[in-house]
Design a protein around this ligand. Structure first.
Ligand code: FAD
Length: 456
């Protein structure tokens, strides 16, 4: 049986990994990318230089047999380090067993994925911007440096990001569901350079957060000793990108709000004025496929805000699930594969987009709230006492491959469980004694009964 030829739009993280996975299954793959070859050009500054990779991302890389190689270019972050200003920082572990999320260079990861795919025989066509797709004929129109060119695809896959050209074509069809909205915050990248001997100037095993209620700065470590920082800030209001305009404004604002960060950021003013302010879009749509002809994947299908560090992870998980469906149903059963992919992934895309929006409040505000911290401590205690029976939603999202929709469903049940624990004076100090275990066990049984109705 001749396998279908695969045409992928976009050589970003998801398009490149997908190309590699198809190639490994013996498919012929062509990838068309709007930009020029990033392996030959310097990456432009200010475009989310590093990303947090967690279990879902690693599982997909493991499927491609390249987990170890990518681990070598990543840095484990065991928890959050909270910077409140003029008091000592506080460290909160992410997991109960020193589980970590990993800071990885977007450019390096993307280049390696392309390299590996190309080595296996995938053909890349750069400077090919998809302008239009006829989804009935799968005819694609590209603009290139030499003018317009047309290609006819067999199985077409849109891995072309949040403003996908293939998805745009889908939206023109009757009964297509589509929603796009922006949060009121944008983001700007800043930088903490390495110390004089190339060392990290703050704890490199942490994701650093400067939470300030309606805005925040975060920092993720890079292998060269630097940190990439991101300021998430409203566009309008006070303070905002609109109100902080001059060099004096920026200096004064940062000295007041982020006093321990300022000495670490010698290029603060240059970064602030030279790096772009970028917006944060959420896209929800369905279905994610059209007949047996095409599908969308990654940000093209589910652009989400970055506050759970899951956009790429979710996109990589799409790739893994798609491959598992091919393996399960067979290379010639694309009608079944695409329907099944759609059923499994659309609801998970929705779930992680909601969870990510909610996590912004947690990161910028709650991580500094004593009652929230007590809850986190008690969740850890319950996890420690009942390791097989309780995982926090954060752990399910970041350290498991359980469905995002399952984690979201469990959220409310966990809120109820934790409300009981928090309200009981026995647990006022955030600790649970061995002898107090039965009280928790009682409530845990109710919780388990509630979540047993949800699909993992
Ligand atoms: P993209 O990376 O956008 O790639 C799409 C590719 O398609 C690009 O190369 C683009 O040039 C190309 N393209 C676009 N249009 C066309 C066209 N018309 N024709 C041809 N080619 C086209 N995710 C995490 O998992 N962890 C994190 O910590 C994290 N942090 C983030 C921080 C920020 C500030 C932001 C903005 C995002 C973050 N994300 C994170 C999300 C992550 O960046 C995305 O989910 C991921 O890049 C999606 O990959 P993709 O390949 O689907 O899309």
């Amino acid at each position: 049986m001749k396998k279908r030829e695969i045409t992928i739009l976009g050589a970003g993280l998801v398009g490149s990994l997908l190309a590699l996975l198809f190639e490994q299954r013996g498919y012929q793959v062509k990838v068309y990318e709007r930009r020029s070859d990033m392996r030959k050009n310097k990456l432009s500054a200010g475009r989310s230089i590093n990303l947090a990779m967690s279990v879902r991302g690693w599982s997909a890389l493991e499927m491609a047999g390249i987990k170890k190689e990518m681990e070598d270019i990543s840095i484990p972050m065991l928890g959050r380090e909270i910077h409140m200003g003029n008091e000592p920082t506080k460290f909160q572990y992410y997991g109960k067993n020193e589980e970590a999320i990993y800071s990885i260079s977007r450019g390096e990861l993307n280049k390696r994925l392309m390299e590996l795919a190309e080595k296996g025989g995938v053909e890349f066509f750069f400077d090919h911007k998809c302008e239009e797709v006829n989804i009935d004929t799968n005819e694609i129109t590209f603009s290139t440096q030499n003018g317009e060119s047309k290609v006819k695809a067999d199985l077409l896959i849109g891995g072309d990001g949040a403003f996908s050209a293939l998805r745009t074509a889908y939206t023109k069809k009757d009964r297509y569901n589509y929603e796009q909205f922006y949060v009121e915050h944008g983001y700007k990248e800043l930088n903490i350079p390495p110390g004089p001997n190339g060392e990290h100037l703050i704890n490199k095993e942490a994701l650093h957060i400067w939470p300030r209620k309606n805005y925040m700065v975060i920092a993720l470590p890079n292998q060269d000793g630097s940190f990439t920082c991101t300021l998430f800030f409203p566009y309008e209001g006070t303070p905002s990108f609109n109100s902080i305009k001059t060099k004096e404004d920026v200096q004064a604002f940062f000295e007041e709000q982020f006093p321990d960060a300022v000495p670490l950021m010698p290029a603060l003013l240059d970064d602030y004025f030279e790096n772009p302010t970028a917006s944060l879009v959420t896209v929800r749509c369905s279905p994610w496929y059209y007949e047996e002809k095409s599908l969308i994947i990654g940000d093209a299908a589910h652009a989400i805000v970055p506050f759970y560090g899951q956009g790429m992870n979710a996109g990589f998980e799409d790739c893994r699930i798609l491959m598992e469906l091919i393996d399960r149903h067979g290379d010639d059963k694309w009608d079944i594969i695409l329907k099944h992919y759609n059923t499994l992934r659309v609801e998970n895309g929705r779930a992680i987009s909601d969870l990510a929006l909610k996590n912004f409040i947690e990161m910028r505000d709650l991580v500094a709230d004593p009652e929230f911290l007590r809850r986190k401590k008690l969740e850890k205690e319950i996890g420690r006492l009942f390791p097989d029976r309780f995982n926090s939603v954060y752990e399910m999202v970041s350290f498991s491959n359980k469905q995002y929709s399952y984690a979201q469903d469990c959220q409310k049940a966990q809120d109820r469980l934790m409300a009981k624990v928090l309200a009981d004076p026995t647990f006022q100090n955030g600790e649970i004694d061995e002898k107090e275990k039965p009280i928790i066990e009682n409530w845990l049984r109710d919780y388990e009964e509630e979540v047993s109705a949800f699909t993992q």
